[in-house]
Design a protein around this ligand. Structure first.
Ligand SMILES: [Mn+2]
Length: 347
């Protein structure tokens, strides 16, 4: 048994309440890693845990994943913290700004692969395994499950495999040797038919409506495409649209902004291996909100308060253009040059 597995187990051993918290609006990496930790603690220590999440599981593929896992995540509420459970943060860290905890709530266990946020203190947790160079948190949990020597259930393997696959774009984005090893270890256990159903989940009409708005509002500034896409049907859409826009020929950066409830969300993608999307978001969002991310993809959120979302989006657009050394006064070129459509748009 590896020493890190032993120290994890020694921190959790004897706890009657454990709360596993993935980041808000959890993605497949966060969902799979949470379920894997839940399984590991049950299997090794007989400890039952609760997994809670804040926000929405919106993306159709992610909804299909939780259906396949038989809905192991419950909505986070004040009751989730009742009885002072031992808290494990997954794919996020204390102070990262994208989890349900207020910064004063003690955290006992942290598994993450994001760089340490400036205000974070993952070290304050009794146990933390944060490896910012890795492509996925699911890689870390795969190693722990492997270290137990116990058989790996198909559903857990399928979820972890999908977590690594999505976070690394099929090992093409930010994957390290450890990610490749975990991926290949999991592969023989994967339930292929289930994975196909998850990856090809159908999308609601809201997706196509948002896609239409994205295409109409997108503006190109040299090799940067920026779209401010208004109210979002669910938070993940801002990232899905940024992914889509980056496919436009000649683009090095894609940036998408949209509003969900009282928060302006920002997603950044880049092909530029010499630049870092996380730096861009952190510098543009500054002290107005929170930001995080890796080399090729990053995101941020700003609580609107009494600020106006379109106005804030325009301001952020200017900051991003400046950061990318493009004149903030340059007017962008639409990608749909239809004057009738454009007249109706307020950019
Ligand atoms: Mn992740």
């Amino acid at each position: 048994m590896s020493t890190s597995l032993e120290s994890l187990l020694s921190v959790v051993r004897g706890s009657s309440r454990v709360l596993i918290l993935p980041h808000n609006n959890p993605d497949p990496d966060a969902i799979a890693s949470s379920v894997a930790l839940d399984y590991l603690l049950e299997q090794q220590l007989g400890v039952t845990t609760n997994i809670a999440y804040k926000g929405i599981i919106g993306r159709s593929e992610n909804r299909a994943l939780v259906r396949y896992l038989q809905h192991p995540l419950k909505k986070f509420s004040k009751a989730s913290l009742r009885g002072n459970p031992l808290v494990a943060l997954i794919d996020t860290q204390p102070g990262a700004g994208n989890n349900a905890l207020d910064p004063k709530t003690p955290v006992h266990v942290v598994f993450d692969h994001h760089p340490h946020p400036p205000a974070a203190n993952a070290q304050a947790a009794l146990f933390s395994d944060v490896r910012p160079h890795l492509g996925a948190t699911a890689t870390i949990l795969t190693e722990y499950l492997q270290a137990t020597g116990a058989p790996l259930p198909t559903v857990i393997a399928t979820a972890l495999f999908y977590g690594i696959k999505t976070d690394t774009l099929g090992l093409l984005r930010g994957a390290t040797e450890a990610d490749v090893e975990a991926y290949l270890y999991l592969q023989p256990y994967v339930e292929t038919a289930a994975l196909i159903d998850i990856e090809h989940a159908q999308v609601p009409l809201a997706y196509f409506r948002q896609l239409d708005i994205t295409i109409q509002s997108a503006r190109v500034y040299h090799d940067v495409v920026i779209a401010s896409i208004g109210p979002l049907a669910y938070p993940d859409l801002v990232g899905e649209m940024a992914d889509t826009l980056l496919r436009l020929e000649g683009m090095r950066w894609s940036i998408c902004m949209g509003q969900y409830q009282d928060t302006l969300l920002l997603s950044v993608r880049t092909h530029d291996r010499l630049r870092d999307a996380g730096f861009l978001v952190r510098s543009v969002v500054g002290s107005d909100g929170t930001a995080g991310g890796h080399g090729m993809f990053a995101g941020g959120q700003i609580v609107l308060g009494n600020r106006d979302a379109p106005h804030l989006s325009r301001e952020l657009t200017q900051r991003m253009l400046k950061y990318l050394a493009i004149s903030p006064y340059m007017s962008g070129t639409p990608i749909v040059p239809d004057p009738a459509v454009l007249q109706t748009l307020e950019i």
